[in-house]
Design a protein around this ligand. Structure first.
Ligand code: ADP
Ligand code: MG
Length: 370
């Protein structure tokens, strides 16, 4: 079994320790402090908090994922679902039913597991004030046990038409839940910034910011080497270094790289640099269709910009050298192309630099040498 896990939350033996960050997070949680976790996608924000909840004794996590929520109704339902999967006890179910009676919850019993579950069969979509009662219920659960509440991909709350109102409701309730640490994680930096550092936002300075960056390379190397040993493989440091470089130290992508090295080698292999191309080709073959479906959506100029970013890097896409190299004369054309690529989530801005969302897409473009 391939021991490298990616695209999922990792914990316990799959979680590479990050002691400094973990200590900080645990201290804040124990103090009931609200935290805002920032970091690029696949850096390990969600895993960090799940692992923290395992490490803190008798503590449970109420996990609410707001990824791609579209409206208030959807948000309320996600919150209620999170509460239900948090506590499947009959006693609590009854309580949920009572507290949320006005949302007309419907109980059904899962035919396979025999477990009861609740759905909200509202005829009219739920409105922002429903959030109040759901938050009251969370406060109530928090009275009886040590609770962490995590709102993940919190920036997607800005998708809601009533975003401002919803944020105001959340903030006004949460500030009275002072025993419960609320954690807000997000991957889209400028939007998280708007929520937590804009003086006009209800969440202005409401939580302590923590940056979730790369895992310390030496620590991560030890962790990864031990995983290779599980399958009687050894690996050169240099091969891991190239993995860190190629992926920009994003842990999820490093794990994917190692997973591909594993899949393309046998027991008793010593993995040196000659195994890298075949591992990357394995990743490309799994992802190529996705890359191609992006390319067909691009105009010629957008494609040239993208290739330029792969070849020259994304630090100075408006420089004379960059424009000359990609054969576009106007920086305004580059700007438009970059905006499109950003909208398609092919690249993202990190400070003033443009980076590939998927580092293997970049490696593929270079490999194809178009
Ligand atoms: N501490 C860690 N140890 C090992 N791998 C990690 C760790 N944190 C994250 N990862 C890798 O990154 C992937 C994404 O982690 P996740 O917590 O979902 O990131 P995020 O929430 O920041 O998008 C995981 O599937 C795993 O491959
Ligand atoms: Mg996450």
């Amino acid at each position: 079994m391939n021991p490298f896990k990616y695209g999922q939350v990792v914990s316990e033996e799959d979680f590479c320790p990050r002691p400094i960050l973990m200590k900080q997070v645990i201290e804040f949680i124990k103090a009931g402090q609200n935290i805002v976790l920032q970091g690029e996608r696949r850096m390990g924000k969600t895993s960090l908090i799940h692992e923290a909840s395992h490490l803190i004794k008798k503590c449970s996590i109420l996990y609410i994922d707001l990824l791609e929520i579209k409206d208030v109704d959807g948000m309320c339902k996600r919150m209620v679902k999170a509460i239900i999967s948090f506590e499947q006890q009959a006693g609590l179910l009854e309580k949920i039913l009572r507290t949320l009676a006005h949302l007309r919850p419907i109980i059904s019993v899962d035919a396979l597991t025999g477990k009861p579950s609740i759905s909200l069969e509202t005829v009219t979509p739920l409105r922002p004030d429903s959030i109040n009662s759901i938050l009251d219920l969370i406060a109530d659960i928090g009275k009886h046990q040590t609770l962490i509440v995590m709102f993940d991909e919190f920036q997607d709350i800005l998708n809601l038409k009533a975003a401002k109102e919803v944020l105001a409701i959340l903030r006004s309730k949460i500030q009275f839940h002072n025993k419960i640490p609320y954690l807000f994680a997000g991957s889209v930096r400028n939007q998280m910034h708007d929520i937590f550092t804009d003086p006009d936002s209800p969440f202005f300075k409401s939580a302590i910011p923590i940056e979730v960056g790369a895992i310390d390379r030496d620590q991560f190397k030890r962790f990864l080497k031990n995983k290779f040993l599980l399958g009687k493989r050894t690996i050169d440091d240099g091969v891991l270094d190239i993995g860190f470089e190629t992926t920009g130290d994003v842990p999820g992508d490093v794990q994917q790289y190692c997973g591909a090295l594993w899949d393309s080698t046998n027991e008793k292999t010593h993995i040196d640099k000659q195994y890298i191309p075949q591992a990357l080709r394995l990743i490309f073959s799994r992802e190529e269709k996705g890359y191609e479906s992006i390319l067909v959506q691009l105009t010629g100029q957008q494609l040239r910009c993208l290739k330029g970013l792969a070849q020259l890097g994304g630090t100075a896409p408006y420089s004379g050298a960059f424009l000359r190299e990609i054969g576009i004369s106007l920086s305004s054309s580059v700007k438009k192309a970059l905006m499109r690529l950003e909208r398609l989530r092919v690249i993202y801005r990190y400070g003033s630099e443009y980076k590939f969302v998927n580092p293997f897409f970049k490696a593929w473009l270079l490999w194809k040498n178009w």
